[in-house]
Design a binder for this molecule. Sequence first.
Ligand code: HEM
Length: 496
Amino acid sequence: MAETTTRTGLPRGFRSAEQGWPALHRIPHPPYRLPLVGDVVGANRSTPLQDSLRYARRLGPIFRRNAFGKEFVFTWGADLVADLADESRFAKHVGLGVANLRPVAGDGLFTAYNHEPNWQLAHDVLAPGFSREAMAGYHPMMLAVAERLTEHWDRAAAAGRAVDVPGDMTRLTLETIARTGFGHDFESFERARPHPFVTSMVGTLTYAQRLNSVPAPLTPLLLRRAGRRNAADIDRLNHIVDEVVRIRRADGGGEGDLLDRMLETAHPGTGERLSAENVRRQVITFLVAGHETTSGALSFALHYLSREPEVAARARAEVDRVWGDTAAPGYEQVAKLRYVRRVLDESLRLWPTAPAFAREAREDTVLAGEHPMLRGAWTLVLTPMLHRDPETWGPDAERFDPDRFDAGAVRSRPPHTFKPFGTGARACIGRQFALHEATLVLGLLLRRYELRADPGYRLRVTERLTLMPEGLRLRPERRSAGRASRSPVQTGSESA
Ligand code: HEM
């Protein structure tokens, strides 16, 4: 849409907080603010999220930062976030990192502005691709990909080698979304280096993050080389997805997966279809959103499992008990791994791998009865801090404890205190997909291996809009018991 201002006159592009928050002076900001550059003292360009967590601890549940004259409001207090979840007054804001991805993902589902008609169209056409029935159909493919991973880890275990956890989880989740959604095989496990899709994706995500750390007018100057690389990365992503679509068209259709929906399904109400350009945006969106965050979630969970032997033993005992001798756990058996799922939830609490989401006021309003906002004003919800708020999670909020997610504990907490998948109409469409895939894979790995941590490793978190444990390596050791040696896709139920 050509609209450049909202009805109250706030510009549609970047809206600095002074424009939308009439009582901004009441919101604290870091000390040592410098003219022109803002709050840069102590800031690290490659870890903006972790910088914000540090500021959050010092400044409290709502605070602001200024970078080169742009003022941002960050929010993480439970009552503030609960208010921001009110869909009648607030909506998703496409800003900062998400807006920086528009050149690659355009009006694809994740980056579409709320007012763009392709959001509703694509949402309605694609949502059935995440129904229970669709998920049950993906399950055997998820198992088949998991078997590729265990073959790879078996070889490492036999050689006594450590594995590159984020690298392997990326291989696994990319193959899973590519095969279930697009009937495509990237051959990730046959490659010594990441697939070019992954390299270019990491390039564009990192560039989108860096764009926030330089003043916009100076971007062409300061990021000239990086900008050229980014353009080449976008070309490569387009080229790869165009090939995926070309192969599908040449095959005359698939088996009713996401790509078939994108190419063939008309909107049930209007009969409209996605345009070829929009299909390209959606394929990129789903290939990226469908694997990058899940691989991080699995990697953090494996890190904690390797560090917390009691948690790992309990989770492993559950897998042995619930799956018994079943060689290939069925779709229904995954959701029965309640404790494994809690391990995953607890990992996503401490390190929600999509660590922030932005909300904007639909009309002039007052946030939590205290902070006036004009229509179009927005704030960034810092999910890792919401998930560490001592008022909700107690004084030991930094401690890894999956029992925070047992049913009673969950019921005792107010709503909107755990938000790894965002909120409202624009919350994650792939939530069940991710949870099913990750629980299944954790179950399979726990059943098959003991996970030995490198005692010298200290968790470092790398940021490229998403989060990932940097340099995490584990040594998988095959468990000796019979059931631990089952191949995920073997059928039948031989006894251990
Ligand atoms: C652990 C894994 C995942 C996490 C933590 C995660 C997190 C999120 C979050 C926080 C949002 C909302 C962003 C915002 O408000 O700006 C979101 C949206 C989205 N996610 Fe996920 N996601 C995960 C897995 C997936 C998977 C597996 C898929 C696809 C198969 C997917 C596809 C999407 C899409 C398309 C959107 C945009 C939805 C819309 O605006 O209508 N995600 N995700």
